[in-house]
Design a protein around this ligand. Structure first.
Ligand SMILES: Nc1ncnc2c1ncn2[C@@H]1O[C@H](COP(=O)(O)OP(=O)(O)OP(=O)(O)O)[C@@H](O)[C@H]1O
Ligand SMILES: [Mg+2]
Length: 295
């Protein structure tokens, strides 16, 4: 549906260069993971991409139209779930239609039946239809993030941006949420651009990877090129301890947490190890070396 282009984007905050002449192009339907250490510019990039932040130089375009302010067709999912705890999962999902309705209509929940149907459908998509009437504040972090995804879907976006959507979740919930993101993007033909800290999650779910370092793009490639050397290039000499989500039963069996999202992803996702990246052993060794448990 939509192609997003980042064209020579530089963003300065005073003397800080948060983004330094970053360019790339995401065609329709790609699932892109943005990686980089804290302060490398991930959030700034995503905020420039959805018009929350203006660029100092360069521009972001969706289908050749410059992005200058937040738009309905670009949905953003945040690390902090940004949902309203006092409202039910359903009401939160329904707020995704806010921009299509007047403020008063939204306040009184006078959205038309299409919107209401969409909200329920979106909750079903993220496996929360049975919890539709539950207060969001009483839900787990993973469930709240899935409500956030449902709300984004009700917005009917062409592009899905997510800034560290699983940063505050445990490994099992992280897998589940990433699984839902990947499957909704695939099912709806949405491009998704997601920043992540955890290397193994990135590798499991990503299709294309963009690495930022000091605001510069230092890597842009697909799964077959995303190897351990690239990880070192993106993360440099820093201690990468903690960036690999710890191994849990859910890591080896995405369905172990009781979710069906893992199934959807397993079906569509090329998760098998290839000779090119050295296979599972090499990545396991890398994980162990950075966590200091093996060497
Ligand atoms: N509103 C702002 N005002 C001033 N400096 C900012 C602002 N937002 C970001 N920066 C600076 O820009 C740089 C990039 O920050 P950004 O938040 O994009 O990094 P990040 O990769 O998202 O980091 P993290 O992983 O910690 O979320 C940092 O040096 C940060 O201090
Ligand atoms: Mg950030």
């Amino acid at each position: 549906m939509s192609r997003i282009t980042v064209d020579g984007v530089t963003k300065r905050f005073g003397d800080t260069v948060a983004l330094d002449n970053v360019s790339f192009d995401v065609p329709e339907g790609e699932f892109v993971i943005v990686m980089g250490v804290s302060g490398s510019g991930k959030s700034t990039l995503l905020r420039c991409m959805n018009g929350l932040e203006s660029t100092t130089a360069g521009e972001v375009r969706v289908d050749d139209a410059p992005v200058t302010s937040p738009r309905d067709d670009i949905a953003m999912i945040f690390q902090q779930h940004n949902i309203i705890g006092q409202m039910t999962a359903y009401s939160n999902a329904l707020t995704g239609s806010l921009n299509r309705n007047s403020f008063i209509a939204s306040l009184l929940q006078l959205q038309d039946s299409t919107d209401k149907h969409q909200a329920l459908e979106a909750l079903e998509t993220v496996g929360l239809l049975d919890e539709a009437q539950q207060r969001a504040g009483q839900m787990s972090g993973g469930q709240q993030q899935r409500v956030g995804i449902a709300r984004a879907l009700v917005q009917n976006p062409a592009l899905l941006l997510a800034d560290e959507p699983v940063a505050s979740l445990d490994p099992g919930s992280s897998q589940q949420v990433m699984g839902y993101l990947r499957s909704v993007a695939t099912d709806r033909g949405l491009s998704a651009i997601i920043s992540l800290h955890q290397v193994n999650l990135a590798r499991k779910f990503g299709e294309r990877f963009i690495g930022l370092r000091d605001g510069q793009k230092v890597f842009d490639g697909y799964r077959d090129e995303f190897d351990l050397d690239v990880v070192d290039e993106i993360y440099g000499e820093i201690d990468t301890d903690g960036m690999f989500a710890s191994e849990t039963p859910a890591d080896t069996d995405p369905t172990a947490s009781g979710a069906d999202a893992g199934d959807m992803v397993t079906d569509s996702e090329p998760q098998t190890e290839t000779a090119a990246d050295g296979g599972a052993d090499k990545w396991a060794a890398k994980t162990a070396s950075v966590t200091g448990t093996m060497r």
